[in-house]
Each structure stands twice: as C-alpha cells, then as structure tokens.
Design a protein around this ligand. Structure first.
Ligand code: ZN
Length: 75
C-alpha cells in the first residue's frame, strides 16, 4: 500500500511539473510574439489585394501590389 502511495505522489509531481513547464513555454512563446513588430497592411489601389507595407509598391496616388498595377493606374 505504501508503494502505491509513493507512486501516486511521484505521478502527481511529474504531472504538475509537466503542466508548469508547458505553461512556461506558452508564456515564453506569447511574449516572443508580442515583441515582434506588427506589420501594417495596405490595399492595392488597382485590385484591392492586402499586403504588408514593406512589400507594397508605393506610387504617387497610393500603394500597389506590383509595378504592373501601379502602371495601370499611373501610366
Ligand atoms: Zn494589385
């Protein structure tokens, strides 16, 4: 009977340690996500496609998904 009690305690401790470790990893991952800068999205003036600002082609009248679409609006 004493053996089962010890086994139970060991299992509970192992389970608690695992859940604590998973929670710590999740917290670490979430904080990593928060640290990354949020990318602003812009819509292409020609087709309406949304894309990150750093990938957009900037024209005189606005942002475009590609140089082709910029030339269609701004010849
Ligand atoms: Zn476009």
């Amino acid at each position: 009977m004493k053996f089962f009690l010890v086994l139970l305690v060991v299992l509970v401790v192992a389970w608690r340690w695992r859940t604590w470790r998973e929670a710590a990893q999740l917290k670490k991952m979430n904080s990593g996500v928060r640290k990354s800068p949020s990318t602003d999205m812009v819509a292409c003036r020609q087709c309406g496609l949304h894309l990150p600002t750093n990938e957009a082609v900037v024209g005189k009248l606005g942002n475009y998904c590609s140089n082709d679409h910029r030339l269609k609006v701004e010849p």
